[in-house]
Design a protein around this ligand. Structure first.
Ligand code: AMP
Length: 195
């Protein structure tokens, strides 16, 4: 199963991806996680990406396309994968098509978690508060002001990715504002329909 999870930051992609990992036994490939690891390890990519990520803007297409191509070549991605946070621009979507074509692979579906943008801001404020209560460091880009920049980047650059996959007949829309269990059921139903 080769899937893409689409939807703005805070839509619940990470939560749903973790469940799909269990269900299908395939890895979740999150460019956000990979970039945060690169920042933590202060690699050359991490040093380049750090300030951009903290501002809530998008890292360059070339950087994320490079890390995804490398990651897709690893053995655990052979039987499938769930892309979370990539592609975020139409250029990245085209690059992904080229990478998969070189490997002779095809996507099964792009699942979009649809949201109410205003409610998302309060969801993210809660996420930051929960992380703090659990003694975990809150993500710096979950600060409400930075979050609004991330949301704006989504609507400016990433909203165009949805029609890209709709045109290919791969898009499956699921209401991301429903409960975690309902979203999970919606995703399962969408995937069952196509197989
Ligand atoms: P995320 O955890 O997916 O919300 O990503 C956190 C941050 O990493 C984003 O706000 C961007 O700065 C950067 N990032 C993650 N994925 C991408 C991508 N596909 N293209 C550009 N920037 C990305």
């Amino acid at each position: 199963m080769r899937l893409i999870l689409l939807g703005p930051p805070g839509a619940g992609k990470g939560t749903q991806a973790a469940r799909l990992v269990e269900k299908f036994g395939i890895p979740q490939l999150s460019t956000g996680d990979m970039l945060r690891a690169a920042v933590a390890a202060a690699t050359p990519i991490g040093r380049k990406a750090k300030a951009v990520m903290e501002s809530g803007a998008l890292v360059s297409d070339a950087i994320v396309e490079g890390i995804i191509e490398e990651r897709l070549g690893e053995p655990d991605a052979k039987n499938g994968f769930i892309l979370d946070g990539f592609p975020r621009t139409v250029a990245q979507a085209e690059a992904l098509d080229a990478i998969l074509a070189r490997k002779g692979l095809k996507l099964d579906a792009a699942i979009e978690l649809t949201v109410d943008a205003e409610k998302l801001v309060s969801r993210i404020v809660n996420r930051a508060a929960e992380a703090k209560a659990a003694g975990k460091p809150a993500r710096r880009d979950d600060d409400p002001e930075v979050f609004k920049t991330r949301l704006a980047a989504y609507f400016r650059d990433t909203a165009a990715v949805t029609p890209y996959y709709r045109a290919k007949g791969l898009l499956r829309e699921v209401d991301g504002m429903a409960s975690i269990a309902e979203v999970a059921a919606g995703i399962d139903a969408a995937l069952a329909k196509q197989s």
